[in-house]
Design a protein around this ligand. Structure first.
Ligand code: GCU
Length: 429
């Protein structure tokens, strides 16, 4: 075990016992701390020590023993266990427009039939391929919050027929025209295409509507078959599983190099991207944008959103077992630096925003720092920073990290860094 409020490779034992004077996030709600001085001492599990105390001394040991052990712990205690790829999985390419966006892109809209049936759960994948780039080429795969039609004003993007929440937080049964293009600032398509990348996106509500209904809608009932366990998959695991099914499609698309698909997500969908990258090693690069608690931020560090707050406000995101750790983070057998480490040796990028204290930027940075020894053991560069970089000064190794000016959002600045990171890892194209 590693102890300390913070350390750089070696262990720093925290000695001070800190008296907590806490902010309360909501009336009667769990306490929330925003004061660095009031982060109490905590102990992190060492990603390079097996649960039985055996030290992990080789890449082979990591790959065959410790990585599977950590993955199982996350499945059992945090996100839940997802089903395998369905045998009946099917795809329907319903739109294939070679001259989309004024001729800049080829647009495809593909329905993913999760059970192979039209009347079963399904999701629309929207794909834009840069017409001027070599094919097959690399892609970014990302879930969106408001429907595929919200990522761009292109009138040909289909409206989702599923549960839908518009930008004002109003819940409707299906999407309406008013949200067309509403999330476009988070999807700078011109920049993405100009740099030779394809964009693939799915509306997360197609995979699983984001509210707690006892797992009766979305993909859960079709695969749970009425049997749920304390370790059964929650919504984050379902969204991540949907991303893997999208990758199954991309593997069949001759214009996409499925070996160069980066999975990316913002906020709750950043938590999802990290879990998708952990569960599915086909993703070439894993990117978490402002994912915070239950994502890149350390859980045992008492700052910003906590496990208790997550479980209280979003009981459907995680597996039932996770509730045992509300205000008992010390008992968690894992922490989120190990989630970051599960991406290794593949490149993984974590981004924070200075105004996003709720997501605990420092806790996100520390996750990267404490995942670094795993990268080093696996022979990659790890994180080229021992201290949190300055504002808008990205650190890029096999682990990338930046803290951006501004608040909780996915911005052009973030995308530019992710494309720099991908260029760096993919090399000449
Ligand atoms: C809330 C939640 C976060 C989450 C965010 C989002 O703020 O507390 O955990 O990341 O919503 O997904 O937008």
């Amino acid at each position: 075990m590693m102890a300390g409020t913070e350390f750089c490779g070696s262990i720093v034992i925290a000695v001070a016992l800190v008296t907590l004077s806490l902010a309360v996030a909501e009336a009667g709600g769990p306490p929330v701390n925003y004061d660095e001085e009031k982060v109490p001492p905590y102990t992190l599990p060492d990603p390079l020590v097996m649960q039985d105390g055996t030290k992990v001394t080789s890449a082979e040991m990591w790959r065959t023993k410790r990585r599977p052990e950590i993955l199982e712990l996350f499945r059992t205690h945090v996100y839940g266990r997802s089903p395998a790829k369905p045998e009946a999985l099917a795809f329907k390419v319903g739109d294939n427009e070679p001259k989309a966006l004024g001729g800049k892109a080829t647009r495809r809209q593909v329905t993913i039939l999760f059970t192979g049936k039209d009347d079963g759960p399904k999701a629309d994948l929207l794909l834009y391929l840069p017409n001027e780039a070599k094919k097959p080429g690399p892609a970014f795969l990302i879930l969106n919050f408001q429907g595929n039609h919200a990522v761009h004003s292109d009138p040909a993007i289909r409206l989702s027929q599923n549960w839908h929440r518009d930008g004002k937080g109003v819940v409707k049964n299906k999407a309406t025209e008013e949200a067309r293009g509403a999330e476009a600032s988070r999807f700078p398509l011109d920049r993405i295409l100009a740099r030779g990348y394809a964009l693939a996106t799915i509306y997360y509500g197609d995979i699983d509507p984001d509210f707690h209904d006892g797992f009766k809608n979305g993909v859960h009932p079709a695969f749970d078959m009425g049997k749920r366990q304390p370790h059964s998959w929650g919504a984050i695991a379902a969204w991540a599983w949907g991303l893997s099914r999208a990758l199954d499609y991309l593997e069949t698309d001759k214009d996409v190099d499925a070996k160069r698909v980066a999975v990316l997500g913002h906020s709750r969908l950043g938590k999802t991207a990290l879990w998708a990258g952990a569960e599915d090693q086909r993703f070439a690069i894993v990117i978490s944008n402002n994912s915070g608690a239950g994502g890149a931020a350390l859980s045992k560090r008492f700052y910003g959103e906590t496990v208790e707050v997550l479980n209280r406000n979003f009981p459907h995101w995680f597996c039932e077992n996770f509730r045992k750790y509300s205000a008992k983070e010390a008992d968690l057998p894992v922490d989120q630096h190990e989630l970051v480490a599960l991406s290794a040796p593949r490149p993984v990028y974590v981004a924070s925003a200075v105004g996003d204290r709720w997501a605990d930027p420092k806790g996100e940075f520390l996750s990267c720092l404490h995942a670094d020894p795993v990268c080093r053991l696996l022979g990659t560069e790890g994180l080229p920073a021992k201290e949190m970089p300055g504002l808008d000064q990205p650190a890029m190794g096999a682990i990338g990290y930046h803290i951006r000016s501004g608040g909780h959002d996915l911005m052009a600045y973030d995308w530019d860094r992710y494309m720099d990171f991908a260029d760096r890892h993919y090399g000449q194209r």
